[in-house]
Design a protein around this ligand. Structure first.
Ligand code: APR
Length: 290
């Protein structure tokens, strides 16, 4: 072998060794590269059993709902998110799930809310005269649960899911958007809204579901009036009431959607319900109840 050929062979060999070294280093780096880690809690353990259990429970609580295909509901959820990137899920992906869970909402029963999660649900439990989204079949099935898919096995991410703010088209926010829109579109007659007069700042968040999805989804041909209840926390301050600027702005927004509007401060049945947990508060004195 000539000297030149010998030198070339050595160089080529060195090149191969270096290249494979770099390749290994690159592979090593890829292995070590942190995968995108979402910041919200992962899929609720035993999600399938919970949803199917809730499905049968709802049918037993409300036989008028009719017979629902509980395995079919699970199948539609799976089709929407399984093995999919969780920041890539749109309302369209949940369309069939919304269809198989559709129900008739009786007129004058819909109760929307913002920043009153606890009181509003205590109220619907106490009276059974109203229905929030979480009392509908679809809302009942998924309330308080978390879920998201992942492209790799096992197809669902049990460690972490995107939080609401992490990406626009995430598996949870897209679901609640279509659920809210479906509920509002199905509402008729007087629609009530429970708001928190003691909460900081504006009466609703600018990006709240109530404002961005539910009010725009109400059908002015079916909804005769949107009636707001502004309720202060019993121990809280009176930061907003029907005549405060934030409420007038909301009134304007509702009217812009061709909906009639009315507003009541501290609706008495709600104050009475608050008194169940605060019986000794001065406003709970039956002679002084506001
Ligand atoms: N970011 C974080 N959390 C959100 C977001 C968001 N963008 N949107 C909704 N949520 C979740 C949170 O868990 C929050 O506690 O919804 C809850 C309610 O948020 P509020 O500001 O109190 O109310 P709003 O956004 O108007 O949603 C309530 O939507 O759930 C339906 O029909 C229901 O009328 C009700 C309305």
């Amino acid at each position: 072998m000539s000297r030149l050929l010998w030198r070339k062979s050595i160089l080529a060999l060195a090149g191969i060794i270096l290249a494979s070294g770099f390749g290994a280093a690159e592979a090593q780096r890829n292995l070590k590269a942190p995968k995108k880690r979402y910041t919200g809690p992962g899929t609720t353990p035993n999600l399938r059993n919970i949803i199917i259990g809730r499905c049968y429970h709802y049918m037993s609580l409300y036989p008028a709902t009719g017979v629902k295909d509980c395995s079919g509901v699970w199948q539609e959820l799976t089709d929407a998110v399984f093995r999919k990137e969780p920041c890539n899920i749109t309302e369209e992906d949940y369309k069939k799930l919304a269809q198989v869970t559709a129900q008739t909402i009786p007129c004058d029963k819909s109760l929307l809310w913002s920043r009153t999660n606890d009181l509003v649900h205590r109220y619907t439990k106490a009276t059974e005269s109203f229905m929030t989204l979480e009392d509908t079949f679809l809302g009942f099935l998924f309330n308080g649960l978390t879920w998201c898919g992942k492209t790799a096995s096992p197809g669902m991410n049990y460690n972490a899911c995107p939080s609401w703010k992490e990406c626009t088209n995430n598996s949870l926010s897209s679901f609640w958007k279509i659920a809210s829109a479906t509920f509002s579109q199905a509402s008729c007659g007087t629609v009530h809204v429970m708001l928190n007069g003691s909460a900081d700042g504006a009466i609703t968040r600018k990006e709240s579901m109530l404002r961005t999805v539910e009010i725009p989804s109400l059908n002015p041909n079916k909804v005769s009036e949107v009636k707001l209840w502004v309720i202060d926390d019993i121990q809280g301050q009176d930061r907003n009431s029907c005549n405060s600027e934030s409420l007038l702005e909301l009134q304007h927004y509702i009217e812009e959607h061709n909906l009639a509007y009315s507003c009541i401060d501290n609706y008495k049945p709600l104050t009475t319900l608050q008194c169940v947990e605060n019986p000794n508060h001065p406003v709970c004195n039956l002679c002084s109840i506001r």
